[in-house]
Design a protein around this ligand. Structure first.
Ligand code: HEC
Ligand code: HEC
Ligand code: HEC
Ligand code: HEC
Length: 476
């Protein structure tokens, strides 16, 4: 209450009408006459909320307003957030005050008891529907982890973070000019957010807003990302579990392969299509890949979102726009039934199974000096080696190392034979003794340019060092 009066008193300096607001609200809060009906809600909106917010007319510049326009109040918010905001349970949206140009401080918003907040929210939701917002325009259940990841990158690359704060590791980051987006996923109706993104000036013109150069695909990625913010248990879509995959057809996939993939990967998957001669790295030799042993998520992402999305070369195109989810499902079905790869060597370290070539020819780019001379800062404890093993054999993202380097480290994983140059043979002491810890660290982080070794740029440093400890144990 004190908070509120302080804020109201300050705003009196700007406009005398606010005094009435204060009186009204005080009455409302204590009045036994407040009845849970729409009539009362309407009166409150008219007499109280409208003193600051506009509920009709054209959208206007923030520099002419006292508070954000609410003509689209229904279409914009999620009910729970709106009730929470009106009953004072949400943080302020404009850290520097809505009218920073007037020197307004960001004081607490007027608050209502929860039952009244419910009534007002219900009233707004019936009354202020924006016909421009198409119901179902953005389906939150179709946002995959990879799309949200793209959205997060685009959010920074398109300067969104320059004017809107988000939370990273519990801290607010970014420029607090406009609305805070840390809780966007709990706040916005995704259909409104999507419509807003198509043209912000339809809602907040001449307010400092910004039009980004983005395709519909890019806009959807950013909206998808925003819808994950403030939602810790966000339910990501897994496209490879979708109906498109249960009805995938290898027959149709064969046609897709001929029309789109063979130009690089070759008609029979030998990596010898007409474009291949000009490409570095070489397109993977599909004929030598054990497709049914590779994780669906990885294959889906590398085909739908392209090589770059998994730390590989951007010359592997992103096919999503061209062939859609069904096309990707079909071509994956074709790859699985057609290419079975070579048998992997026996997964025993002391076994007599075939090892990769040793010594192994090696043309890997030299790491910059400061990396080359680094030594592993972690002790070679059992725990660190074990952690490295788990990453190598199971959990490393976007793809566990064994898929190329083999479970024994001999370079003969389900995808090893498809790559030229081949994956490093970690069992070969003669080759490995000349590769420093720092050189390995650099390659794992950045990939090896012109080869199939991808960049693990999102992997924390200590995990890379744990992997290096494990790799050192693989020498036979
Ligand atoms: C004294 C002026 C004032 C009054 C009265 C007022 N508001 Fe606000 N309202 C604001 C300001 C300023 C903001 C920006 C809030 C922020 O920075 O957190 C805001 C924000 C909001 C928002 C979020 C807007 C957005 O950015 O999407 C909603 C919803 C809202 N108010 C509803 C109401 C309702 C309903 C009432 C009446 C019960 C009301 N307000 C009364 C000043 C006011
Ligand atoms: C130069 C500053 C600036 C940049 C960059 C910027 N915005 Fe904004 N944004 C604004 C302003 C100003 C508004 C209008 C709302 C207001 O009055 O603050 C706004 C409004 C919004 C809103 C609606 C807020 C609401 O609740 O009414 C969203 C969502 C949004 N921006 C997202 C983005 C995204 C996503 C990007 C990156 C593509 C972006 N913004 C880039 C300044 C910026
Ligand atoms: C413009 C050439 C080109 C076309 C067309 C192309 N690819 Fe590729 N593809 C590549 C290159 C180059 C690589 C190796 C990328 C790397 O290792 O960084 C690759 C790698 C792959 C991989 C293996 C990923 C890995 O981890 O090495 C798969 C699977 C794949 N492509 C599937 C497809 C499918 C399916 C199509 C058709 C829908 C297709 N590609 C069309 C160039 C192409
Ligand atoms: C998609 C296949 C693939 C995956 C997955 C992969 N690698 Fe590689 N890796 C390669 C290839 C191919 C090379 C050979 C590169 C070269 O010749 O420069 C290589 C080389 C290396 C090298 C040798 C660098 C040098 O200087 O000689 C290290 C170390 C390495 N990988 C570690 C890893 C680790 C750790 C992982 C998992 C986190 C991993 N790789 C996952 C394909 C892969």
């Amino acid at each position: 209450m004190k908070q509120k009066f302080r804020s109201l008193a300050k705003m009196m300096e700007t406009t005398g009408r606010i005094v009435i607001v204060g009186v009204c609200l005080t009455l409302l809060a204590s009045s036994p006459l407040w009845a849970a009906d729409a009539g009362q809600a309407e009166t409150t909106v008219r007499n109280v909320c409208s003193t600051c917010h506009k509920f009709e007319g054209e959208p206007e510049s923030r520099f002419n307003l006292k508070a954000p326009d609410l003509m689209w109040a229904d279409s914009k918010y999620q009910h729970t957030w709106l009730v929470g905001f009106l009953s004072g349970k949400e943080e302020r949206l404009y850290a520097k005050g809505y009218r920073w140009d007037q020197g307004w401080e960001p004081d607490a918003h007027v608050t209502l008891p929860e039952d009244q907040a419910e009534e007002i929210a219900a009233y707004l939701e019936k009354q202020y529907i924006d016909p421009r917002v198409q119901v179902g325009a953005f389906d939150v259940s179709k946002v995959s982890k990879k799309e949200a990841e793209f959205g997060a990158v685009a959010y920074k690359e398109h300067a969104c973070i320059g004017c809107h704060t988000i939370k990273e590791n519990g801290q607010r980051v970014g420029g607090p000019q406009s609305v805070d987006l840390a809780e966007a996923g709990r706040r916005y109706n995704p259909d409104w957010l999507y419509r807003f993104a198509l043209n912000p000036q339809d809602f907040t013109p001449h307010s400092g807003e910004f039009l980004a150069d983005a395709t519909d695909f890019g806009v959807r990625a950013v909206v998808g990302y925003l819808m994950t913010l403030g939602v810790p248990d966000f339910n990501y879509d897994e496209p490879w579990e979708s109906p498109e995959f249960s009805q995938a057809s290898a027959e149709r996939g064969k046609v897709v392969y001929k029309e789109y993939c063979s130009q690089c990967h070759g008609a029979t998957g030998e990596g010898d299509g007409p474009a291949a001669s000009g490409l570095s790295p070489n397109p993977a030799v599909h004929a030598k890949m054990a497709f049914d042993k590779l994780p669906m998520e990885y294959l889906y992402n590398v085909i739908y979102h392209g090589g770059r999305s998994v730390g590989k070369s951007p010359t592997m195109p992103y096919w999503g726009l061209t062939i859609g989810r069904q096309g990707v499902a079909d071509v994956m079905a074709y790859l699985k039934v057609t290419f079975k790869g070579m048998a992997e060597s026996t997964p025993s370290k002391t076994g007599t199974g075939p090892s990769g070539v040793c010594p192994q020819p090696r043309k890997t780019k030299l790491a910059p000096g400061k990396f080359r001379n680094m030594t592993n800062p972690l002790p070679a404890t059992v725990a660190n080696v074990k952690a490295g093993e788990t990453l190598f054999q199971q959990t490393a993202q976007p793809l566990a190392c064994f898929n190329c380097h083999g479970t024994r480290g001999d370079g003969q994983g389900p995808m090893g034979a498809a790559l030229n140059p081949p994956p490093r043979n970690f069992t070969c002491g003669e080759t490995m003794k000349d590769i420093s810890d720092g050189q390995m660290f650099w390659t794992i982080k950045n990939g090896s340019p012109g080869t199939g070794m991808m960049a693990f740029s999102n992997m924390p440093d200590n995990q890379i060092w744990q992997l290096i400890h494990y790799i050192r144990t693989l020498v036979e």
